[in-house]
Design a protein around this ligand. Structure first.
Ligand code: SER
Length: 632
């Protein structure tokens, strides 16, 4: 079968147009930074921004939606370098929000892949959910029948088999797997889902690059015959139709009020399948970047494809992150932009680049994507400037670190694991570079000692960060602590009056006043301000007790705590502190919030709450200044 090669942009366009033809409305990608979801730092799948609609809320654009969502997976940073992992990618999505189901989805996605973009159906394989009696979720024979009919329509007799380790392909085309492979929810397997979370069985699509490509001896599954979920490189997952029909409840699972479809397809992976290249970095979107990098390094991609890929992925991701406002910094999302840029610079050094280069590769990213992502072309100057500044900062760090290395080396006649750690913690000098420089002097760094120091430091900074968190306050004076509790009460009142889109965006408390930034578009009316004040004051007068509990992340979520559930907390051993305002005996809480404290014991201590100022501090963020005064 001869298919002409398509660009990634063409594939995106064709996908959206195809689903538009099937009655879907095309929506633009949401930001990589989730707006109303405190549970995660980044949008890592197309489904994230759709959660409220999958649970039954009406989508303003109707019940058939299609999009290409920008995604970033920070946990994949260290894996980048092989031929298929990227931290940033686009996920093509089509959504049925209580409208069509399997019967439409399976033939449609097959038609798109085989007819619209010309994938050879012989190279497509699928998986389905094998069912689990304990969970009361049936075997998905319905999807199997639909897949059989669909393959039959192009003359293929698709055989369905149960995947069993040791039995390999068994001449099958449709494979039943258990919930560790064929179930999708944001939190993974059904057993791991928190209460209220939507999920369902799914049907994944795999592209077969051919048996010749097997690098089986390097696979995790090298003891078993190859199968579609094996990581030998022969198969690549290109898409996943989730039949999102369940919600986790106390007793197990219940049907959602509607049957949903959540299809997610990796755009870059589909483009790689379309040109039948197992190296995802060989698709068109990386071409201009590779050319630039080849000129800058005087090397070819093939000479050191690992380093090239790290740079390509990390710079592309940084451009998209900065485009969505994630400026390099030491904390939260910005920390990842910083890490990406610094890692790219390190690999640039490995390729022998001496001058600054990040923004010139980034320019190629903007050239490639600008037409489809106007926020990149529109912000090009800012993006390139941020990248350059960060790169220069890092280069200075490196120069300082190198000097320090030399000093230590001469003083101590060598570099110990402890020294390597000092270079890392004080000067930000990466271990790999210390190792490289030591190697030039014929020395090996003791990694075990380095790791031990690292761990000691981490334990220390853990308590440090717990303190820092507790100390989002200027001090711990009685007045400040009272205003801190008032801040929790204010957030809850704002959510009651304005809606659940309100989250904390910043907080600063002195003994004189609280200052609280939160997500909300419009100016508050006088009436809204009055309502918020009244709610807070009523709950002060109710003299509600305040207590905290240390909870597992999932439990905190299940119990409805608001706040930031990010790595900071996971680092604290996976547990977080949640403050409850309200009666513990009845469990009727006015506010539940993730927080390090400290707080007053009873809201009755607070006095009278008054909002003094309400203003805007940037797009979609408002600021309130408020005080507590003694009740007369
Ligand atoms: N939610 C599914 C995934 O991310 C399909 O969109 O794989």
């Amino acid at each position: 079968m001869i298919t002409s090669v398509m660009t990634t942009h063409e594939i995106r366009q064709k996908y959206l147009a195809f689903f538009e033809k099937q009655g879907h409305r095309i929506i633009p990608s949401a930001s990589i930074v989730p707006e109303n979801d405190p549970t995660t730092l980044f949008t890592g799948s197309g489904m994230q921004p759709m959660v409220p609609y999958l649970l039954g809320e009406a989508h303003p654009m109707g019940n058939r939606i299609t999009d290409s969502q920008k995604c970033f997976r920070s946990q994949d940073i260290e894996e980048v370098g092989d031929n298929r992992h990227t931290t940033f990618f686009e996920m093509l999505g089509n959504w049925s929000l209580g409208d069509y189901f399997k019967q439409e989805q399976i033939p449609w996605i097959f038609e798109f892949l085989t007819k619209e973009i010309g994938l050879n159906p012989e190279q497509l394989f699928v998986t389905v959910f094998r069912g689990n009696d304990d969970l009361g979720i049936p075997r998905d024979t319905e999807s199997v029948e639909l897949w059989k009919t669909t393959f039959k329509s192009v003359g293929i007799d698709a055989v369905d088999v149960d995947f069993a380790e040791s039995s390999g392909m068994q001449n099958g085309r449709i494979f039943y797997y258990n919930e560790s492979k064929n179930w999708w929810s944001r939190s993974g397997k059904p057993q791991q889902m928190p209460l209220g979370e939507p999920g369902g069985p799914d049907s994944e699509l795999f592209w077969d690059f051919g048996a010749d490509l097997q690098l089986h001896e390097q696979s995790l599954y090298k003891e078993e015959p190859c199968h579609v979920n094996c990581d030998c490189g022969r198969f690549m997952e290109i898409g996943n139709s989730v039949f999102m029909q369940y919600k986790k409840v106390e007793s197990g699972f219940e049907q959602l009020p509607q049957l949903n479809v959540d299809f997610g397809g990796g755009l870059e992976r589909i483009a790689a399948a379309q040109r039948n290249t197992p190296d995802m970095f060989k698709i068109d979107v990386f071409e201009t970047m590779i050319q630039k990098l080849e000129v800058l390094t005087g090397k070819t991609y093939e000479q050191d494809s690992w380093s090239f890929r790290v740079i390509l992925d990390h710079i592309r991701a940084s451009v998209f992150l900065i485009g969505d406002g994630v400026i390099p910094s030491n904390k939260d999302q910005g920390y990842f932009t910083r890490r990406l840029i610094r890692r790219a610079v390190r690999f640039g050094k490995k390729l022998g680049i001496e001058q600054t280069f990040v923004s010139s590769v980034a320019k190629a990213v903007v050239e490639t994507y600008g037409q489809h992502y106007p926020n990149l072309s529109g912000n090009q100057e800012l993006i390139l400037k941020e990248l350059l500044t960060e790169e220069e900062k890092f280069l200075k760090t490196l120069t300082k670190g190198e000097k320090e290395f030399e000093k230590l080396f001469v003083e101590k006649q060598g570099i110990s694991g402890e020294d390597a750690f000092v270079l890392y913690s004080t000067y930000g000098f990466p271990l790999e570079l210390t190792e490289e420089m030591a190697k030039e002097q014929g020395q090996v760094i003791d990694r075990v000692i380095f790791q031990e120091e690292f761990k000691k430091h981490k334990d220390l900074s853990r308590s440090g960060s717990a303190e820092k968190f507790a100390g989002g306050l200027s001090d711990h004076s009685t007045k400040t602590v009272q205003l801190h509790t008032a801040t929790h009460m204010l957030l809850q009142a704002l959510r009651t009056v304005l809606g659940d889109h309100v989250f904390q965006k910043g907080s600063n408390i002195t003994p004189e006043r609280l200052r609280f930034d939160f997500s909300h578009q419009d100016k508050l009316t006088d009436d809204q301000i009055k309502q918020v004040e009244n709610i807070v004051n009523a709950n002060i007068e109710n003299k509600l007790p305040v207590h905290f509990e240390i909870l597992e992340l999932d439990e905190a979520r299940n119990r409805g705590a608001v706040g930031v559930f990010d790595d900071k907390y996971a680092q604290l051993g996976g547990k977080i502190k949640v403050y409850f305002i309200g009666d513990q005996a009845t469990g009727d809480y006015y506010s539940r919030e993730v927080c390090g404290g400290p707080h007053v014991d009873n809201t009755g201590e607070l006095g009278h709450f008054e909002i003094q100022k309400e203003e805007s501090v940037g797009s979609g963020v408002r600021r309130i200044k408020a005080v507590l005064s003694a009740t007369s």
